[in-house]
Design a protein around this ligand. Structure first.
Ligand code: NAP
Length: 258
């Protein structure tokens, strides 16, 4: 189906894979021009081709979200090419396994740098543009942002931090017309989940599926739908919200029957 373009300009990190990719497709489908941002621009090329074939306006930007210069340049190029910024979505992330003793210190620093500092840097450089257009900021945290998880110390710390950061964005920039919200998925069917489940000492996919009342992982599109809602006028009074998308996993203690 051909896309009806609107004036919306979106900036999506982690757009080459998983949730970020699904968000890019979802926002492009509602007519936004989408800056697709990821570490390796070559991984973005097939996505750009597919979206442009549908009539979307896109731009593929190589960017390391842990680098202030890199994020500033990517946002500058987006605003230069499309004329402003309405929607910023932070989906770039990494997951490293281990407790504070077993995991190398480098894993701690890199996880915080990408997941937390990366979200901060996008907020920092995007905010003046979002204020100008009274736009929306959406970060992807995790169910590991609202509770601890065995063997995920750095990841949990980074994702708890993202929630604290987004709550402050909502307070600091709500008065300027910008809404900031955070989405917390549990397991989503993406390359990151595959990589985690293949790691030594991690439980099987079936184990985690049994812990979810809905009995399965989320699809990336199910998370993208929530991001699309939170960044649209449908959510015009939603600010500082921690939106858990986990099939009920964190609703309480769940025991699968049978
Ligand atoms: P994914 O499929 O691995 O996609 C993440 C993307 O981010 C990859 O393309 C990755 O590139 C990119 N990236 C990594 N470091 C980056 C950096 N420094 N700068 C720019 N891009 C970078 O993961 P996903 O499952 O879609 O995860 C998206 C977000 O959702 C993450 O924040 C993750 O923590 C969160 N989340 C995921 C799950 C899940 O079960 N999948 C659950 C809860 C929350 P490379 O592949 O080249 O590293």
């Amino acid at each position: 189906m051909d896309i009806m373009q609107t004036d919306e300009v979106a900036f999506v990190t982690g757009a080459a894979s998983g949730i970020g990719r699904a968000v890019a497709f979802r926002l492009a489908a509602r007519g936004a021009a989408v800056a697709l941002v990821d570490l390796d621009a070559r991984k973005l090329e097939p996505i750009v081709r597919e979206l442009e074939a549908r009539g979307a306006r896109t731009s593929a930007l190589a960017c390391d979200v842990s680098s202030s210069d890199s994020v500033q340049a990517a946002i500058g190029r987006t605003v230069g090419e499309f004329g402003g910024l309405d929607t910023a979505v932070c989906a770039a992330g990494i997951a490293r396994i281990g407790d504070v003793v077993s995991a190398p210190e480098d894993d701690w620093h890199r996880t915080l740098a990408v997941n937390l500092t990366g979200t901060y840097l996008v907020a920092r450089h995007a905010m003046p543009h979002l204020v100008h257009r009274k736009g929306a900021f959406v970060a992807i945290s995790s169910d590991a942002g609202v509770r601890g998880s065995t063997g995920f110390a750095a990841y949990c710390a980074s994702k708890h931090g993202v929630i604290g950061l987004v709550r402050c964005l909502a307070l600091d920039h709500g008065p300027q017309g910008v809404r900031a919200n955070v989405v917390c998925p549990s397991f989503v069917d993406t390359p990151m989940a595959d990589q985690l489940l293949a790691a030594p000492g991690v439980q099987s996919r079936a184990f985690y599926e049994r812990r979810a009342p809905l009995g399965r992982f989320a699809q990336p599109e199910e998370v993208a739908n929530v991001v699309a809602h939170l960044s649209s006028d449908e959510a015009s009074y939603t600010n500082g919200m921690v939106y858990v998308v986990d099939g009920g996993t964190t609703a309480g203690t769940f025991e699968a029957k049978g």
